[in-house]
Design a protein around this ligand. Structure first.
Ligand code: FAD
Length: 288
């Protein structure tokens, strides 16, 4: 089943994101531990990040997507960034994906490391999306979106108009950046509707369980921390187990509210921690 069918049949859709193991010099084998724990959550698809802080050329994203498909029988989405890739590289990756029967791509601009020069072929995700669409219409293409606006955007209107360009270029589905206040997501959904964006939008939920990592994360992606979550982080920062329980409960609360508000899908940023995803889906499972 491809993603078009998934969104026709399943609402809300539940999906997961993993990343290649950081210490995979000897291979990607440690990902099995993560996937063994995630398979019982029965996600509609699992996406795997590409080059986020890692080595772009090592092929681990494609390898992991193959494992997701072949060993676990789950639909994979391969992330792919373009600001650091030439057309030649993109062609090479698309061919490798096709060889392995992976036809779902989350097409992204990506970010440059300080001092790194961008490649010249693609400036924005929409350029990559258009390129893939014209090169091979068989790929199902997803894009990223930002309920609180992308940090580079001048304002929320420009942000949504750029998102419209992304959809017009061929994005068939959107996955949101993490957010902690559902009202931000609902306002964003309203802006999309006004702009005529009519593809399924999945809400990105990250169950953070460590105060330092959440602060680092939001400083990078521009998401805000509502007072309710800030109080939880302050109250339990020195009690890791209590903080973990409180953050799992916070994520569950967010997801129940999203489902009640007719969300198209929930995309869980698992941080490769299957235990937390399992805990969340024990509660959410019956709501499917
Ligand atoms: P774009 O869509 O190009 O947007 C970037 C900025 O340019 C925005 O301000 C936008 O408003 C503006 N813009 C967009 N199109 C145009 C246009 N046509 N003309 C003018 N301005 C425009 N990063 C990784 O390195 N690897 C990953 O695997 C990864 N996975 C991610 C998954 C999700 C769900 C999300 C939300 C983000 C992910 N990222 C990943 C981070 C992402 O690469 C960054 O957020 C990056 O800064 C923007 O990527 P984008 O595809 O949204 O860019």
């Amino acid at each position: 089943m491809d993603l078009t069918e998934v969104f026709k049949k399943t609402r809300p859709c539940f999906s997961l994101e993993i990343f290649p193991p950081k210490d995979h010099q000897g291979g990607v084998e440690t990902i099995y531990e993560t996937l063994d724990g995630l398979k019982d959550v029965r996600p509609e698809f699992i996406s795997c990040t590409y080059g986020a802080g890692g080595n772009l050329a090592d092929g681990s994203t494609i390898e992991i997507c193959s494992i997701i498909k072949e060993k676990y029988g789950i639909l994979p989405i391969s992330h792919l960034t373009c600001v650091n890739n030439s057309k030649e590289n993109i062609d090479y990756i698309l061919e490798r994906l096709k060889e392995r029967g992976i036809t779902n791509i989350l097409a992204l601009r990506g970010d440059l490391k300080p001092g790194q020069q961008p490649e010249k072929d693609f400036a924005h995700a929409s350029d990559l999306i258009e390129y893939i669409r014209q090169r091979d219409p068989e790929f199902f293409i997803s894009g990223a979106c930002y309920p609180e606006g992308h940090p580079d955007s001048d304002d929320l209107i420009t942000d949504v108009l750029d998102l419209k360009k992304k959809v017009e270029s061929g994005a068939q589905h959107l996955i949101s950046q993490l957010f902690f206040n559902n009202e931000d997501f609902y306002r964003f959904r309203d802006r999309c509707e006004l702009a005529g964006i009519d593809v399924p939008i999945e809400a990105g939920i990250m169950p953070v369980t460590n105060k330092q990592s959440i602060l680092r994360m939001v400083s990078m992606c521009g998401a805000s921390i509502p007072a309710k979550l800030a109080k939880i982080l302050n109250r339990f920062e020195d009690k890791p187990k209590a903080l973990e329980e409180a953050c799992i409960a916070y994520a569950i609360d967010q997801i129940i509210d999203l489902i009640s508000n007719d969300v198209d899908g929930v995309h869980l940023y698992t941080m490769n921690k299957p235990y937390i995803a399992q805990r969340i889906f024990e509660v959410i499972g019956p709501m499917r």
